[in-house]
Design a protein around this ligand. Sequence first.
Ligand SMILES: C[S@@+](CC[C@H](N)C(=O)[O-])C[C@H]1O[C@@H](n2cnc3c(N)ncnc32)[C@H](O)[C@@H]1O
Length: 331
Amino acid sequence: MLAVKVPKREAEKVRRKLIELGLLAKGYAVRREGEFVLFPVTEPVEGFELIEADFERLERRPHSYREVVEVPENVRPLLPSSFDIIGDVAIIELPEELMSYGKVIGEAILKVHRHIKAVFAKGSKVSGEYRVRELVHLAGRRRTETLHRENGIRLKLDVARVYFSPRLATERMRIFEKTRPGEIIFDMFAGVGPYAVLLAKKAKLVFACDINPWAIRYLEENIRLNKANNVVPILGDVRKIAGKLEADRVIMNLPKFADRFLREAMLSVKPGGIVHYYGFAPEEDLFSEHEAKIKAAAKELGFTVKFLEKRKVRPYAPRQFNIAIDFKVMK
Ligand SMILES: C[S@@+](CC[C@H](N)C(=O)[O-])C[C@H]1O[C@@H](n2cnc3c(N)ncnc32)[C@H](O)[C@@H]1O
């Protein structure tokens, strides 16, 4: 192919010039020949010595497992364009038609993403009190414990035994930014501590409750890992603790059932304190049903609420969203 031949000492300057002109042929290895360097070019470049030369093709690393996976053409359009990564574990949601190709899909993910060591498919929806899902092993190690990094903290967890979603990292950072130094926080549904351990960097004290013993076990480990000694882990049903403490800020990260715990949240917040409520809602009416429940719960207790902010957190299912409502409780 066509090439520009330049003395070695001018090579870097010429390389930059060729890139600037958009004439450097992509995907080929530049060649060295004695005191000269050969650059492959897409068309003749004035002012340079032009020659014909062979160049070795550079192997381009694929960006997506979809570029390397071998599945029949008729199911290829069904391949998901994304999947969750928790530490070194990948969790992908495969439609029924792709489940029998799970192994090749898992192996393609391992091949393209070298830091991933285990691949699982979602085997069920998140369900039950502990909010966990079944996982189907596809490829790599059969290990479900991993170390995840998020918002500058390290979280050890077992993806098969506890709830954890990396998709909430931005939301957690948002709450961190709202937290004022010295606050007392009550994380009602703490899981392995992605809110609690993060907020502990600013707060005076964080009470972090969960009913799943595995979540509390990992939370304790994460307290140690991050030296978050101002987090108080509490194993048990949050209903037993609510009302026994007074927090500046309460976090209700149990979107499926948070409405059932509004009374507990309101009893646990100081007058003028803030509650971060999460729920699921259809696209056509994101907030009104949840707001009505919040107002009703406050009225029953003789309190009033002031809504501060409402937002979509992330898509949850087709035309369904995970939403957040921040409100202040006046007593
Ligand atoms: C959606 S997960 C959220 C976990 C964590 N906040 C996070 O962001 O990863 C909800 C958590 O609430 C816990 N949970 C459910 N019902 C509970 C209850 N009655 N009392 C305390 N924890 C509960 C579950 O075990 C689960 O870990």
